[in-house]
Design a protein around this ligand. Structure first.
Ligand SMILES: O=c1ccn([C@H]2C[C@H](O)[C@@H](COP(=O)(O)OP(=O)(O)OP(=O)(O)O)O2)c(=O)[nH]1
Ligand SMILES: [Mg+2]
Length: 144
């Protein structure tokens, strides 16, 4: 997969931290430290642009450690990076804690999964097939 890196010398490529990781960690690429105040959201640059193959997307997801320890999550999770997007990948973080959160350049702020997807066409019909569930949802099978 093609990737363009701003300032290659101090912006390492995203990488899988273990042999079977689903996601590769994304690092902030910053000129200045970013502070995210409680309940504030900030768009974090990564210094990366990519050429994802057609039929694939990248999903930007939170890191569980940041969520558990600092209340930091990805506001639009999973963020969608389209195969035809050529701009810089950015991560939209929100701070759901009551403490300021400091992001330094190089910090691993989120993870990125490359996933295949379909682009189905529509067949417009008058009736859909019957199922046992029908229109039941939102807990209609019981909550517990
Ligand atoms: O977390 C994200 C989400 C999106 N993007 C970039 C890549 C994506 O291909 C583009 C558009 O994202 P999306 O479709 O989610 O946003 P939109 O609000 O629908 O904007 P657009 O009208 O540009 O599609 O923005 C990111 O860099 N990070
Ligand atoms: Mg869109």
């Amino acid at each position: 997969m093609k990737i363009r890196v701003i300032n290659e010398s101090n912006n390492p490529l995203p990488s899988y931290e273990t042999v079977a990781s689903a996601g590769m960690d994304l690092r902030a690429f910053l000129e200045e430290t970013i502070i995210i105040k409680p309940f504030e959201r900030k768009l974090i640059p990564t210094g990366l642009s990519m050429e994802i193959p057609i039929g694939y997307e990248a999903q930007i997801r939170p890191r569980s450690g940041l969520a558990l320890k600092h209340g930091i999550t990805v506001l639009n999770t999973p963020g969608t990076i389209d195969a035809d997007y050529r701009g810089e990948v950015k991560v939209l973080l929100i701070n759901l804690s009551d403490q300021n959160f400091v992001v330094n350049s190089g910090d691993r702020v989120a993870q990125m999964i490359i996933a295949s997807h379909e682009q189905p066409g529509w067949l417009e019909v008058e009736e859909l097939s019957e199922t046992e569930r029908g229109a039941g949802g939102y807990g209609h099978t019981g909550i517990k």
